[in-house]
Design a protein around this ligand. Sequence first.
Ligand code: ATP
Length: 243
Amino acid sequence: MTAPALEIEGLSYGYGRGFALDDVSFRVNQGEFTALLGPNGAGKTTLFSLITRLFEAPRGAIKVCGITMRDHPTKALARMGVVFQQPTLDLDLTVRQNLHYFAALHGIARRDASIRIGEALERLDMAERDGEKVRQLNGGHRRRVELARALLHKPDLLVLDEPTVGLDVPARRGIVEHVHELCRTQGMAVLWATHLIDEVHADDRVVVIHKGRILADGSVTDVNRTNASANLTQTFHRLINQV
Ligand code: ATP
């Protein structure tokens, strides 16, 4: 049996007083789009910081494709593509230069990198912008470059922390649909953190987080049924108002 793309077990973290994350456990299966849905301050970014090893959790475990993060961080991180909430591109490099730099960090040979970059930009409708400095791009296009970058080393798991923050509606929809399509057509496992319910599709898995705790985990249909709600908006408000 193949290991889940991501397993989080009993993860807790605090910044001083109280818990920002309190005994968090859930899985992202291979080929599954999982939306981590929670309001501001729920603990999503803290969880991402642990998954991407910016912080180390004092308690709990993280496994990526069966690889334990604590024991083999480099191997685990290599299986993951990451889009952080705050953009991290070099504004004074061109789109292609940014992508080549990242490919080199991952040890991808220059020729291979050129082919992959061309393909990724084509898929994201960015091929004609490849010579432009990132500074010249709008927010939506910068996000597409970040997505291309996260996919260059062909990860098994893509993790994105509120990747549509600050984008207008069409740009937001473009990114949401593109990542759903990656999941459908390439079997990519996705963990997508958001506070926006309309980014969750009816056939996604949803993990609801609030005040550092997981309140619901399952298919949208099951989570709605369990909470006797007509739709995800109702379920979400019902759950977070109970805490
Ligand atoms: P947002 O949608 O606003 O990004 P979030 O769901 O990502 O929210 P976190 O940023 O993980 O939530 O915050 C979880 C809790 O931890 C909040 O109560 C927040 O105030 C607190 N917190 C986050 N970062 C720090 C920090 N550096 N120092 C102290 N407390 C922090």
